[in-house]
Design a protein around this ligand. Structure first.
Ligand code: MRU
Length: 350
């Protein structure tokens, strides 16, 4: 049976704690990890329990709220310094996804002018809940806008996981596919495995299969071959940070797909909420790119395949120049051939 609704709840607030799907355990096991402090939340983000730009932003917002609730009975000075430390720890958890900093800024703004600790804590929890709900709504809007670009019968290639697991629900790239299916179109997905952390093989394949959406897993290096055979109709990906000129940082391996798509005249779509646009960064070259531990390259899941002592580099995002984007889809609408002027019209400074 082919469905479209996303069934997994990536993050949820339960009994005064934040519960996160432990994405490291998927697809073998669907289990939740409970966090009760900002330190635990920052650790969960760093360790990839939760990942994906919008999900990281929502999670960090709850991290601030958790810390405020934990400290609300302390003296005001202790409360304030504890909360500042929480903001700092969360901001240091991962560098590339702007949604993290966007959410933290929103949390700071929400409690301006509120001083009593208990009142601040209540305000912060309400703001985290609002960010969470708004992300689901933004994904649904993006989905509806983007669905119109997908034709009936389309075979769509996606990279990494930009689905319900990477957001508060529905997904960005996968949300567009879900919405097209909801609109009655038949869509099948080719999922790049996404070396080295295998978000495609472990998460996208699982998430789509879970919801009955036809998905076929391929090695990242098979994309060019399949494009050359006319077996891919569109490439749809998410983004972690989009510069003011439209250059888009996303999971490592996205840029070569955009180059291949141009070579084969296949539309290349980036789907991301306005919270992913960083107007303070002029061009993609200025986006901070996370480099993670070499052991993500030299092996996986406790198995090592590279020689001991070998040098390895692990940049985990790359930047696709705006000129390679057929369109950018946000909750505010579709921008064909995005550039600085079109983006400035749509997005307001944070
Ligand atoms: O390292 P990750 O798994 O956090 O990287 C995630 C991605 O690159 C996603 O494509 C991006 O965050 C968009 S998620 C809607």
């Amino acid at each position: 049976m082919t469905g479209s609704a996303s069934t997994v709840e990536t993050l949820r607030w339960r009994d005064g704690r934040l519960e996160l799907v432990d994405q490291r355990a998927l697809p073998s096991e669907l289990r939740y990890i409970a966090c009760d402090s900002a330190t635990a939340v920052a650790q969960a983000i760093r360790d990839m329990v939760v990942r994906g730009a919008p999900a990281i932003g929502c999670t960090a917002a709850y991290g601030v709220a958790l810390e405020a609730l934990r400290l609300q009975n302390q003296a005001p000075e202790k409360f304030e310094s504890g909360l500042n430390a929480a903001f700092a720890a969360l901001a240091a958890s991962r560098p590339t996804a702007i949604n993290l900093f966007w959410a933290l800024n929103r949390m700071r703004d929400a409690c301006r002018g509120v001083s009593a600790p208990r009142e601040v804590a209540a305000t912060l929890l309400a703001e985290a809940r609002a960010i969470h709900a708004a992300d689901i709504e933004a994904n649904r809007r993006m989905g509806r806008h983007g669905a119109e670009l997908i034709r009936d019968g389309a075979r769509v290639l996606t990279h990494c996981n930009a689905g319900a697991l990477a957001t508060a629900g529905h997904g960005t790239a996968l949300g567009m596919i879900r919405s097209a299916i909801e609109a009655g179109k038949r869509v099948s997905v080719l999922a790049n495995e996404t070396r080295p952390f295998l978000q495609g093989a472990r998460l996208t394949a699982w998430e789509l299969a879970q919801d009955g959406i036809p998905v076929t897993l391929i090695a990242d290096s098979a994309a060019g071959f399949l494009m050359s055979r006319g077996e891919i109709d569109a490439v749809i990906v998410g983004a972690d940070r989009i510069a003011a000129n439209g250059d888009a940082a996303n999971k490592i391996g996205t840029y070569p797909l955009a180059v291949l798509a141009q070579r084969h005249r296949i539309p290349f779509y980036v789907v991301a909420p306005l919270s992913t646009i960083d107007l303070k960064i002029a061009r993609g070259a200025d986006i901070p790119i996370e480099e993670r531990a070499a052991d993500e390259i030299t092996g996986f899941g406790g198995v090592r395949w590279a020689p001991q002592g070998i040098a390895a580099r692990n940049p985990v995002f790359d930047v696709t120049p705006a000129e390679l984007l057929t369109a950018l889809i946000t909750e505010a609408g579709v921008i064909a051939a995005p550039d600085g002027a079109k983006i400035a019209k749509l997005a307001k400074p944070a």
